[in-house]
Ligand binder design. Structure first.
Ligand SMILES: *[C@@H]1O[C@H](CO)[C@@H](O)[C@H](O)[C@H]1NC(C)=O
Ligand SMILES: *[C@@H]1O[C@H](CO)[C@@H](O)[C@H](O)[C@H]1NC(C)=O
Ligand SMILES: *[C@@H]1O[C@H](CO)[C@@H](O)[C@H](O)[C@H]1NC(C)=O
Ligand SMILES: *[C@@H]1O[C@H](CO)[C@@H](O)[C@H](O)[C@H]1NC(C)=O
Ligand SMILES: *[C@@H]1O[C@H](CO)[C@@H](O)[C@H](O)[C@H]1NC(C)=O
Length: 789
């Protein structure tokens, strides 16, 4: 009875919840969106509710729908009018939206000082442009190229040409502020940008240092906002007649006349001027130390008068120092503020400072896995082997962490007692925070060993974005190169060709007009095999209509010491050139069409090679062992008899497995990507897709090793440990490797041998499958014991 109530209660609650939900959803109009099966249920409830709804008091006030009349569109019958009214769009969104660069610095160049100015301040302001008389341009200055506008004076002052060019190049439309300076004035870009950012460019104003006639002094720099420049450009004809004793004076006068504004003196706009009558030889670069102790020098926007390039460089260095000091002060202030803020809201306090807090796992299935380590071992989260000796980078990492932890606690917390050892610890990688560690350190206390727990974090300091990736198109031709180095590869390759043909026929997307070339490079196989392969290829080419197939057998020189993969690539590139994509495949490769597309997208000339991680098939014998071993000889044993094989030894079982004619040789059976069928073999580098040119460039790196007598497993060494070409390594579900016995000669280099034997071991089968073979009888025992109960 009691049980009954308990089981009815949730039912009732569910029913009520269903009613409530249906009220909510039906009134919100969601019911029609539900799948039809569900809809029926909700509608059934709906009718019940309709009756009860009437009993509710309707609280909503009366309302009326007001349909606004849409504005009438005047239909114009005149075609010509329409054409005229067509809206002309600007060429750039920025122009249309009125987005402009903040500032352009216009330098009136006289000497090679301009070059030094460009090199120092050019990279800290949005744009720097130089004007120089044609006759003054030397080799140094001509290097400025597009930042330089030369002019011929033709008896006119510089400002005439400057204003004309500004107009001709539409500069007045593209910048908020214009700073005009002679090249004998240094501009402090940091203070200048601060100043410009604090002013509104809408307000027509001219900032500078006014002289006695309210004209801005040119050598102090004249900062002009956009509206003034526009009117200056419009009124520039006023300036053509100006005659003055220098270009600079003329510019001052022009500005005053054409724009009719007086110079605004602003406290933020500081000009540092060296004494004109200072003793000779006292150049700025000698006196920066002295100047910097004076009030205001560090904040000046312009400094004059420059005498040499050394002045420019040393001033620039000084102002960079000032800026750096300022940024450091700001950072300090921000971290102080952060502390202050976080002390008022304790829950928000994160550690380390300003890092996102470590997240709580959303549920018990998504808890992060920590790696456990001791002084000698580390337990990693790996499917095949959990404990590893603590060596190599892991050991260095943990040694550093222990040192840091001791440094942290020994001066303050643990003043007494000797450090004994690292008892154990945990580490975890968090992509937002970096590496996190918990270590337990043992110290010798009075009589007893005490443990201190320290939590540490190694934050991510620098994250680097991959630089812009060149644009690739999917219409590149691909050449698949399959090296065949021995007779045992012939059957797998013929199977591969059969699969390729099937892939070809399955294609439903019509004819693919990108060319795919399939090349088999052979060495050391019989003439009969070569003939078989080439017949297969001819057949493939004939029957593969949906792809533009081209096929060839390349016969490599016999008895070459070169590994067959390299010999094959060399030969293929000799035949087809360096400008196409080559994909070097293993004879055991099993690919789908998507893989070819991925090759096209991921191989980028002079930028990236693609080394996919294939799905390596487990030994089919092991995968099907369970089935094969428990199978009874047909018709021999009645159903309820115990299994005849229950008592056989492991050796017998394996012999029987090897005898079983499982469909091992059925190479056309598709492999489903599933943990029971294989695994993504991260040690496998046999497939490489790259441009021929990149192969040729990188080839000497590997050749060197081979000449030195090393035996390598694959081409991976060619691309590792260099920074010219990126290596894209990603799992590739549409590339599979058929099961094969991998041979790992012990003459391989150490790293390659380790890699090879790992692949070899893992490719046999999953742990569970191997256990099934080894402990085949355990299951039977458990069945027996349960029957006995
Ligand atoms: C001028 O400055 C720009 C921007 O910093 C720089 O790219 C260019 O190389 C400089 N030109 C010369 C000749 O130094
Ligand atoms: C501006 O362009 C016009 C014609 O487009 C040309 O006649 C004039 O010389 C140019 N002025 C300058 C300063 O380049
Ligand atoms: C210049 O501006 C002043 C006042 O700002 C005005 O009185 C004067 O007429 C203007 N001159 C010209 C030529 O526009
Ligand atoms: C100017 O900056 C320099 C370098 O940062 C510094 O040594 C000097 O004390 C500063 N001068 C003043 C007056 O603050
Ligand atoms: C297996 O061994 C047990 C004891 O060793 C024996 O009783 C049983 O009959 C054997 N089963 C078969 C099928 O040989």
């Amino acid at each position: 009875m009691f049980y009954g109530t308990r089981s009815v209660a949730p039912l009732g609650v569910g029913f009520i919840a269903g009613l409530v939900a249906s009220i909510l959803f039906s009134s919100a109009g969601l019911v029609p969106l539900l799948p039809s099966g569900v809809q029926g249920y909700y509608q059934a409830c709906h009718s019940i509710i309709k009756r009860s709804v009437n009993q509710f008091v309707d609280n909503s006030e009366s309302w009326k729908v007001n349909v606004l009349k849409s504005p009438t569109i005047r239909v114009n019958s005149n075609d010509n009018d329409d054409a005229k009214r067509q809206f002309v769009r600007s060429r750039f969104a920025a122009t249309e939206l009125g987005i402009r660069e903040k500032l352009i610095v216009i330098v009136l160049g006289q000497s090679s000082l301009s070059v030094a100015l460009n090199a120092s301040i050019g990279q800290h302001v949005p744009r720097l442009h130089l004007f120089a008389e044609q006759s003054r341009i030397d080799v140094d200055m001509s290097a400025l190229a597009e930042n330089l506008s030369p002019y011929r004076p033709d008896g006119q002052h510089a400002h005439v040409h400057i204003l004309n060019t500004i107009f001709n190049k539409s500069m007045h439309e593209n910048y908020d502020f214009f700073l005009f300076v002679p090249d004998s004035t240094y501009v402090n870009p940091f203070r200048l940008m601060d100043f410009v950012n604090s002013k509104s460019f809408h307000i027509p104003s001219v900032y500078g240092i006014p002289d006695e006639r309210d004209q801005c002094v040119f050598s102090a720099g004249i900062l002009v906002s956009n509206p003034i420049v526009r009117s200056l450009i419009q009124q520039r004809h006023v300036c053509t007649s100006i005659v003055a004793n220098s270009d600079e004076k003329a510019f001052e006068m022009c500005l005053h006349r054409a724009a009719n504004v007086s110079c605004v003196k602003d406290d933020g706009f500081r000009w540092w001027r060296t004494d004109d009558n200072a003793e000779a030889g006292a150049a700025i670069h000698d006196r920066i130390g002295l100047f910097s102790t004076a009030h205001g020098f560090n904040d000046s926007i312009t400094v004059s008068k420059l005498l040499s390039d050394v002045d420019v460089v040393s001033l620039h260095d000084h102002f960079i120092d000032v800026e750096r000091a300022r940024i450091e002060r700001e950072i300090e202030q921000v971290s102080k503020d952060l502390d202050a803020v976080s002390s008022t809201i304790p829950k928000r306090k994160t550690w380390p400072k300003a890092m996102p807090p470590s997240m709580k796992p959303p549920n018990r299935y998504q808890v992060p896995f920590w790696e456990y380590f001791t002084e000698t071992d580390i337990f990693k989260i790996e499917p095949h082997q959990n404990v590893h000796p603590l060596v190599g980078n892991d050991a260095i990492d943990i040694r550093e962490v222990v040192t840091a932890a001791r440094k942290l606690i020994e001066p303050s917390v643990r003043q007494s007692g000797d450090f004994v050892r690292l008892r154990n610890g945990y580490r975890l990688f968090n992509a937002m925070r970096g590496m996190e560690y918990v270590v337990d350190l043992e110290y010798q206390g009075n009589d007893v060993v005490e443990t201190e727990r320290v939590v540490l974090c190694r934050p991510i300091h620098v994250t680097q974005l991959v630089p812009t990736v060149p644009y690739v198109k999917e219409d590149t031709d691909v050449t698949l190169v399959i090296p065949v180095g021995s007779a045992e590869h012939v059957i797998p390759v013929r199977a591969l060709l059969v699969r390729h043909l099937r892939m070809c026929k399955l294609s439903i997307s019509g004819v693919d007009n990108r060319r795919t070339r399939l090349v088999i490079a052979v060495r050391g196989i019989s003439a009969l095999n070569v003939r078989q392969l080439s017949n297969d290829l001819i057949e493939l080419k004939k029957r593969c209509k949906s792809m533009q197939m081209e096929t060839a057998v390349l016969v490599l020189k016999p008895n070459s010491a070169l590994m067959v993969e390299m010999a094959a690539m060399d030969e293929a590139i000799d035949h087809y050139g360096q400008q196409t994509v080559y994909a070097l495949l293993s004879p055991y490769a099993d690919y789908q069409r998507e893989f070819l597309d991925r090759i096209r997208l991921n191989s980028i000339r002079h930028f990236q090679v693609f080394v996919p991680i294939p799905f390596a098939e487990y030994s089919p014998k092991i995968v099907t062992a369970d089935h094969a071993l428990s199978a009874k000889p047909p018709g021999s044993v009645p159903k309820n008899e115990p299994n005849t094989h229950a008592n056989e030894s492991l050796r017998d079982r394996i012999t029987r497995l090897n005898d079983e004619s499982t469909q091992v040789l059925d190479h056309s059976r598709p492999i489903v990507v599933h943990k029971n069928n294989g695994f993504f073999d991260t040690n496998e580098f046999s497939t490489v897709a790259m441009y021929g040119a990149d192969y040729v460039n990188m080839r000497p790196r590997l050749m060197q090793r081979i000449v030195d007598g090393e035996l390598v497993l694959d081409l991976s060494l060619m691309f590792l440990g260099q920074s010219d070409i990126h290596v894209l390594r990603a799992i590739e579900p549409s590339l599979k490797l058929r099961y094969h016995l991998r041979s790992c000669p012990n003459t391989l280099t150490n790293a390659d041998f380790t890699r090879c034997s790992l692949s070899q071991k893992q490719a046999v089968g999953s742990k569970a499958q191997l256990a099934d073979v080894v402990f085949n009888d355990l299951e039977d025992l458990s069945v027996l014991s349960s029957v006995g109960k």
